[in-house]
Design a protein around this ligand. Structure first.
Ligand SMILES: [Zn+2]
Ligand SMILES: [Zn+2]
Ligand SMILES: [Zn+2]
Length: 107
């Protein structure tokens, strides 16, 4: 499987970053504004040269989530309905849902 580029601060092999680096922080999110993957919201804030834009609800079918463990991509819609990777079953950080409003519109 091809390795996708994930931008950010101190991003490791499994997309953990300087801000979120527990065992379960293995999800990278593609930003609507630049269609680039970042380790997290703060990574985008520090590294991108523009303000972030959130995914409008009608585009939640877009593949914008990357599992850092198996490198599979899936849609925002799918991500909201699982607490582990649909491909490799690696558990995701459940606290991520607190951060949905940072990435996705409609909260
Ligand atoms: Zn951006
Ligand atoms: Zn980060
Ligand atoms: Zn996975």
């Amino acid at each position: 499987m091809s390795r996708r580029t994930v931008k950010g601060v101190g991003v490791d092999e499994q997309t953990r970053c300087a801000h979120y680096h527990s065992r379960v922080d293995i999800v990278a999110v593609k930003f609507y504004c630049c269609r680039e993957y970042y380790g997290c919201y703060y990574c985008h804030k520090e590294k991108a040269d523009h303000s972030e834009r959130k995914w409008p609800k009608e585009q939640w079918g877009e593949k914008a989530i990357l599992c850092g463990n198996c490198s599979s991509e899936f849609s925002i819609q799918t991500y909201m309905n699982v607490n582990q990777c649909p491909e490799c079953a690696q558990p995701f950080n459940e606290k991520c849902s607190y951060h949905y409003p940072l990435y996705f519109e409609g909260f």
